[in-house]
Design a protein. Structure first.
Length: 211
């Protein structure tokens, strides 16, 4: 028991305990409870320096996990975190990477030859990005397999948050694991990144944020 505001109290005790993980419940506000995470949960998630598990419904035994993977340092930490867990019987992991396709701007040059050249270059870049994402996914899956997990990969195209939530709804895991990343190192305690922040608000399963 500590006599502090909830966010400061939880973060302060976690620092004293040198916690590897903070577990906290999710609570919204009235009519928007399905859209907005509670203020205490949000404050803990944004202020924590360790991994945070946000639980928003009665938990089930974790046998299936989805990892949102973008090859960032925190995404790789998410893979390592899952790899350190005790593997349950028939434990399965789906690694999902989403490539948001580039598209030529409609305000580009109107000269036919130039526009076709730009379009070819955009297609080349999209192909290269997809190939790089697939290689990174396979490396992460191999790491999890070495730890005893049954791991498979899925490369999706589209808006990252929507594609990740769609994958969770289709696979129906007991847990989503994702890296929490800010726009810069200096802001990492304040900004989760749009995908991680959106996943906390929209995913129907507990979300584990790795740092």
């Amino acid at each position: 028991m500590v006599d502090q505001s909830p966010v400061k109290g939880v973060l302060g005790e976690a620092a004293k305990f040198r916690a590897d993980l903070i577990v906290i419940g999710w609570r919204g506000h009235g009519a928007v409870r399905r859209l907005l995470m509670g203020g205490v949960s949000r404050g803990v998630v944004r202020g924590a320096t360790c991994a945070v598990l946000v639980v928003r419904r009665r938990p089930r035994r974790v046998r299936r996990i989805v990892i949102g993977f973008d090859a960032s340092p925190n995404a790789r930490r998410a893979v390592r975190l899952v790899g350190r867990l005790a593997v349950p019987r028939n434990g399965r992991v789906l690694l999902v990477s989403v490539v948001e396709p580039l598209a030529p701007t409609s305000l580009g040059p109107r000269v036919g030859g130039i526009r076709s050249t730009v379009a070819r270059e955009v297609r080349r870049l999209n192909t290269a990005r997809a190939e790089a994402a697939a290689k990174a996914l396979n490396r992460a899956a191999d790491e999890l397999r070495r730890g005893g997990w049954q791991a498979r990969t899925e490369l999706r195209s589209g808006e990252p948050l929507r594609a990740l939530v769609d994958a969770v709804n289709a696979y129906q895991p007991e847990l989503l694991v994702i890296g929490a990343s800010g726009s810069s190192e200096g802001a990492r305690h304040l900004l989760l990144g749009s995908v991680a922040d959106g996943a906390l608000n929209q995913c129907p399963v507990p979300v584990l944020l790795a740092r």
